[in-house]
Design a protein around this ligand. Structure first.
Ligand SMILES: Nc1ncnc2c1ncn2[C@@H]1O[C@H](COP(=O)(O)OP(=O)(O)OP(=O)(O)O)[C@@H](O)[C@H]1O
Ligand SMILES: [Mg+2]
Length: 419
């Protein structure tokens, strides 16, 4: 016995070949209806097993052509399909003249039983003697409807697949740039930390000697005043090194289990003084806030830096909002945000209605010494400090900003389970 298997999918072809050969049946394969029809011209086939949706010529068309051909119509035709599976599909296949309709996947035993049953029918001559299948309008109509429907479904599936792939590619690129950014911050941090450490040692020497010298000079003398200037400059440098150490996560800290609502509350008066009277400070404490473990002075540093930046972004009158809330990082959020760990988080957000920032700026603002402020107005260490503190406490900082519409910084700190 010789079978012609028709399928555009290579894996399906191999499977059918394997099943039939395994049962001692000779088999040839074609990749679409047109190629199959060519092969049939050479004769010698006892059975056709064909898929339906194929390029060039589909299975319905092939079946119609076979059943309309006097020399071929005795060959039994089995439709073997996974895309055409409704009752209407089967009815149409029968109308066109197919003997059987098998749905993929089909277990081996059933498949072979059908093959045997159909070939037996062919040998007793009943297939050749059956009347020619109808070629009326109704069949043609059905045929095109079925095909169009399936093609539409296939198109939709393909469109969805393309969309999923594009989405995956977008998240991959986003993650890659986040990773790149994190690596950059990491190496700047190491450099800054190393420099700050050495610098700090030298500063204490400068401060020490300047102080001793100051004590040995007459207050009000020229020398005394010069030494005072040296001391002032050295003290300002100490502040900068301290910020750099914070960015490099080398700040020595004393973490405590605290409730952020209470810590923020204690800071409000100081913050109001810091931002001045023209700016309205709105405080929205979140309900049921869980504790976090952090050095409270680090929360002060975060708030002071974010509020001063917000103040500087507001020209004239405006509004700064400080909010807290509980949040949860799910797996999906973590795949989109490098460094995020799934679980409960406590959110501290500082938003303003100031000038906002362009997209390109957002990648740079956490770098130490990045500032858009005039010389003497900003050192560009505020956000670097905040970044270092948040990282040191296993947190995450996120910023959203739109030019002209303000900025919101969101600091997430992991919820603490200690009592
Ligand atoms: N809320 C904000 N709105 C608009 N731009 C902001 C905001 N916060 C920060 N920026 C931008 O980010 C830059 C870096 O901020 P950062 O706090 O690190 O440094 P700085 O404020 O310039 O100086 P420093 O804080 O050391 O005095 C700012 O110069 C500003 O351009
Ligand atoms: Mg600042």
């Amino acid at each position: 016995m010789r079978v012609l298997s028709v399928d555009d999918n290579a894996e399906n072809r191999s499977l059918v070949e394997a099943i039939l050969k395994g049962n001692g049946i000779e088999v040839e394969s074609a990749v679409n209806g047109a190629e199959a029809f060519d092969r049939l011209q050479n004769g010698g086939f006892d059975l056709i097993i064909s898929d339906i949706l194929m390029p060039v010529m589909d299975g319905y068309k092939l079946c119609q052509k076979v059943k309309a051909d006097e020399r071929l119509r005795h060959i039994p035709f089995i439709v073997y399909t996974s895309t055409f599976t409704s009752a209407e599909d089967e009815a149409l296949a029968r109308k066109i003249g197919a003997e059987r309709f098998i749905q993929k996947p089909c277990d081996l035993a059933t498949f072979m039983a059908i093959v045997r049953e159909v070939t037996a029918k062919a040998t007793d001559g009943s297939i050749a003697a059956s009347p020619l299948p109808s070629r009326n309008e109704e069949v043609l109509q059905l045929y095109s409807e079925r095909l169009v429907q399936k093609l539409e479904k296939k198109m939709l599936e393909l469109e969805q697949e393309i969309e999923t792939r594009q989405q995956a590619e977008r998240s991959r690129q986003e993650l890659e740039s986040q990773l790149h950014q994190a690596q950059k911050m990491e190496s700047i941090g190491r450099l800054a930390g190393g420099v700050a450490h050495d610098y700090n040692n030298m500063l204490s020497v400068i401060l020490g000697y300047a102080q001793m010298a100051l004590e040995r000079t007459e207050p009000g003398s020229l020398m005394h005043n010069d030494l005072r200037e040296i001391l002032d400059a050295a003290e300002r440098s100490v502040v900068i090194t301290r910020q750099l150490l914070a960015f490099a996560r080398k700040q020595t800290v004393a973490p405590l289990v605290i409730n952020l609502n209470e810590t923020v509350e204690d800071m409000l008066n100081m913050l109001r003084r810091l931002i001045g009277e023209d700016i309205n400070l709105i405080w929205r404490p979140g309900p049921n806030l869980q504790p976090v473990k952090i050095d409270p002075s680090q929360v002060d540093q975060i708030l002071a830096n974010l509020c001063v930046n917000a103040r500087d972004a507001i020209a004239g009158v405006g509004r700064i909002t400080i909010e807290t809330a509980m949040a949860t990082f799910d797996e999906e959020y973590c795949t989109r945000h490098a460094g995020a760990v799934p679980g409960e988080q406590v959110l501290l957000a500082v938003g303003d209605d100031g000038c906002g920032m362009e997209r390109e700026l957002l990648d740079k603002i956490f770098e130490p010494f990045f500032t858009t402020k005039a010389v003497g107005k900003g050192t560009g260490l505020g956000l670097a400090t905040v970044y270092g503190i948040v990282k040191q406490n296993n947190g995450l900082i996120d910023v959203s900003s739109e030019p002209g519409h303000g900025t919101t910084f969101k600091v997430y700190l992991p919820r603490c389970h200690e009592l």
